[in-house]
Design a binder for this molecule. Structure first.
Ligand code: PHE
Length: 353
């Protein structure tokens, strides 16, 4: 029984020497944990001594309480030091590390084939002096339609099944709004390339509600169809091969005049229409596949961005990225691009991030 402060302090001293002796015999972390409970636990040795505190003389209580705390800290310090030593020796025990285990496999990511294709296409145009521009996927009617000479109720709006957010706000249906955005804040001459996601209410084997386009356009003095044809031929032969043929077919877009659709000779069947004895599924035996729409920029578009149509002319084109990627990598199912199946994506590991 502890009756006074002197006896209280004596008990603490005895506890300390008992602890010193015990900790010297400890050889494992498990034993150390047990020792900690024995001395510092709720029903441990120190707690037992501290129970006497309320019975001490009032004037002795602060001093005794302090001594108790110091003892506790002293024990905790020794426990921590010992723990560190034990951890080090346990780690260096030969049995605890198996040097024959195989290393962990390191997973590296790769670029998505669509990203690779966008980068390759853009780099061809950057090498020709084009600047890369981007813009919002949520557009207003003005940029997506109005300024591109597609007024409300114009039948051309039906060509693009628009996903509307409100009367005036929509998901862009093509990258052509980037023509407007760029021209509005750049004085001619301008040459830009604009990659991005576009959205249409369309979903089946060959259409996805979200896909990628690259818009390209150039405005300067005396730009003509020959420039457009030369530029696109250069581009196609750099992305595919020197032998790839380019075919222009007359078409219609409200923002270009004249307009054309461009086909390239099918790279899957080399334009023959057959893969072995099988009819080519990609070009449906025609030997050609469409990859883009283009034309000379309509003077109406120049008017809406404040360019003088008398002084300047230009061309524009809009290219389907998925289509190009399918042809480039021989992929015959559009959905593979959006499923993120790693068995598909791992085939592009040659293009590390
Ligand atoms: N914006 C058109 C489309 O999405 C493509 C295009 C772009 C045509 C530029 C001509 C000029 O179909």
């Amino acid at each position: 029984m502890v009756r006074n402060a002197k006896e209280f302090l004596k008990k603490l001293e005895e506890l300390k020497s008992k602890f010193s002796e015990s900790i010297g015999k400890i050889n494992s972390i498990k034993e150390l944990e047990e020792l900690k409970v024995k001395f510092l636990g709720r029903k441990g040795e120190l707690a037992k001594i501290m129970k006497a505190l309320p019975g001490l003389a009032k004037e002795d209580k602060p001093m005794a309480g302090k001594a108790g705390n110091e003892t506790k800290n002293w024990i905790e310090d020794l426990l921590a030091q010992k723990k560190e030593i034990l951890e080090q020796t346990e780690m260096s025990k030969p049995s605890s590390f198996d040097h024959t285990l195989p290393g962990r496999e390191i997973w590296s990511g790769s670029l998505h084939p669509i990203t690779i294709t966008i980068q390759e296409i853009c780099s061809v145009f950057v090498s020709l002096g084009y600047e890369i521009v981007t813009g919002p996927e949520i557009e207003t009617d003005f940029y997506n339609f109005e300024a591109l000479n597609i007024p409300k109720d114009h039948p051309a709006r039906d060509m693009q099944d628009t996903l509307y957010i409100s009367d005036n706000i929509l998901l862009r249906t093509h990258t052509s709004p980037l023509q407007i955005r760029t021209m509005l804040n750049t004085k001619p001459p301008v040459a830009a390339i604009a990659p991005g996601k576009v959205y249409r209410r369309d979903s089946d084997l060959t259409h996805s509600p979200m896909f990628h386009q690259i818009e390209g356009f150039l405005v300067d003095k005396d730009v003509n169809m020959g420039d457009l044809r030369g530029t696109l031929t250069y581009f196609v032969q750099h992305i595919f091969s020197k032998d790839t043929k380019v075919r222009f077919r007359p078409s219609f877009f409200p923002f270009t005049e004249p307009s054309a659709e461009v086909d390239i000779s099918c790279v899957i069947c080399n334009g023959t229409g057959f893969v072995g004895n099988e009819p080519c599924r990609v070009c449906k035996q025609t030997g050609f596949v469409e990859i883009l729409g283009c034309g000379l920029i309509d003077p109406k578009v120049f008017e809406s961005v404040g360019y003088d149509p008398e002084a300047y002319s230009g061309f524009a084109f809009g290219l389907g990225v998925e289509r190009v990627a399918m042809l480039k990598y021989g992929i015959n199912d559009l959905r593979l691009f959006f499923e993120n199946d790693t068995r598909f994506l791992n085939q592009f590991l040659d293009f590390p991030v």
